[in-house]
Design a protein around this ligand. Structure first.
Ligand code: FEO
Length: 398
């Protein structure tokens, strides 16, 4: 794949990682791969904005060489310390030893603790600028979006926001721009990315978007460091972030569960029928058959969650526990929820689920429904009714 001209004298020199299937260790599935986007700005001075994950350093350097001799790089803008963006800094500095790194104070500390390289570093904060000649870079700190060091870089001349992880998607493609690919896939991957990486920081997202608006930055293009560049509809992703960060969701439901001898599953299916009989769309996912990252992605725009497990050792099945941890960590806003499950003698699974749902900040709309051993017809009818009542709560919700 060649170097891509993004705008006059601004080039994409990143790499596409077609085979990336997991991110953050194994926490987040990336079935469509990803890209690490680095951008080369050629002016009187030359700046490289971000680098790529280490195994791909040579590929990035070859792309840079298509435009300039890498020794001519004057600045390496490090918008973020995480290794998928900083992993090739050492290799660039080998070729451009006089280049100055530019980033936040947290970035400097983070890079030193990652690479033990005490490089020439220019620390910047919000509003600081760096002139390259015709273009001036303006920096905007974005702490906890999603690391303490995170930063955006803005170029007024091009109305271009280089947003690093913000507005990204884990999406490998031979295309580089939003208008070149399937919109449904693009928005699904952008949403899944938001849910799995940024959801917890939604209040900071809202604050940052308000800050950008107050600064009056004109934005014609958003170039994130993963996935495609928003050149046709940058406001489409900004509006989606506003929606997600505000916890706006569709009036539909997810039923997420695991089962031991099919009793909990029968309950789940009876509830599904109850929900849909009220005209509310519902989907059913069994853990761990279904992918947890995808379920989290689905939950982003879904109002209601019914979460179930059979009881084992007075608690949830081990396959359900990671999902509980995940929602407690992400703290999805404005969700309605309830627990269900079967048990043999003492029970315990639904109490553990309710504790997690509360800890995740969800609103419990009904006491948990439980069934001893195998549900009979009357109990399945109760599950059906439980689903209907849950659907009514969703319909009545703001
Ligand atoms: Fe937070 Fe794409 O790294």
């Amino acid at each position: 794949m060649p170097t891509v001209k993004v705008l006059e004298n601004i080039y994409w020199v990143g790499v596409v990682d077609w085979n990336k299937r997991h991110f953050h260790g194994y926490a987040y599935s990336t079935q469509r791969g990803t890209s690490y986007n680095a951008y080369l700005i050629v002016d009187n001075k030359v700046a490289l904005v971000d680098t790529v994950e280490h195994p791909f350093a040579e590929e990035m350097i070859e792309r840079i060489k298509e435009v300039i001799d890498p020794s001519k790089i004057d600045y390496i803008i490090a918008n973020h310390v995480e290794a998928d963006h900083s992993g090739s800094i050492k290799e660039i500095l080998n070729l451009a030893p006089n280049a100055t790194l530019v980033g936040t104070a947290n970035c400097k500390a983070g890079l030193e603790k990652h690479y033990f390289g005490y490089w020439k570093f220019q620390t910047v904060k919000t509003g600081d600028t760096l002139s390259l000649g015709e273009r001036t870079l303006t920096f905007l700190e974005a702490p906890m979006l999603h690391w303490p060091d995170s930063m955006f870089t803005y170029i007024e001349k091009d109305a271009l926001l280089l947003s690093n992880d913000g507005f990204g998607q884990h999406l490998a493609s031979s295309k580089r721009f939003d208008d070149e690919i399937n919109q449904e896939i693009l928005m699904w991957e952008a949403g899944k990315y938001y849910a799995n990486i940024l959801w917890l920081y939604s209040s900071l997202v809202l604050r940052k978007l308000a800050e950008v608006q107050k600064l009056g930055l004109k934005i014609d293009m958003i170039a994130p460091s993963h996935g495609v560049i928003w050149r046709k509809a940058p406001m489409k992703i900004v509006e989606a972030y506003l929606k997600w960060a505000n916890g706006e969701a569709d009036k539909k439901a997810l039923i997420v569960y695991d089962t031991m001898w099919a009793s909990t599953e029968r309950m789940a299916k009876a509830m599904l029928e109850g929900i849909t009989s009220e005209g509310i769309e519902a989907k059913l996912y069994r853990l761990p058959v279904s992918d947890e990252g995808d379920i989290i992605g689905e939950l982003l725009e879904t109002k209601g969650l019914l979460l179930g497990s059979a009881t084992i050792n007075n608690g949830v099945l081990p396959t359900v526990a990671p999902f509980l941890r995940e929602i407690e960590g992400l703290r999805p806003k404005n969700k309605l929820a309830a627990a269900f499950g079967s048990y043999g003698w003492g029970g315990g699974a639904t109490a553990a689920i309710e504790k997690s749902l509360k800890s995740a900040g969800m609103e419990l709309v009904a006491p948990a429904i439980t069934v001893k051993w195998v549900p009979d017809n009357a109990e399945l009818q109760k599950c059906h009714e439980y689903g209907r009542e849950f659907a009514k709560k969703i319909k009545a919700a703001e």
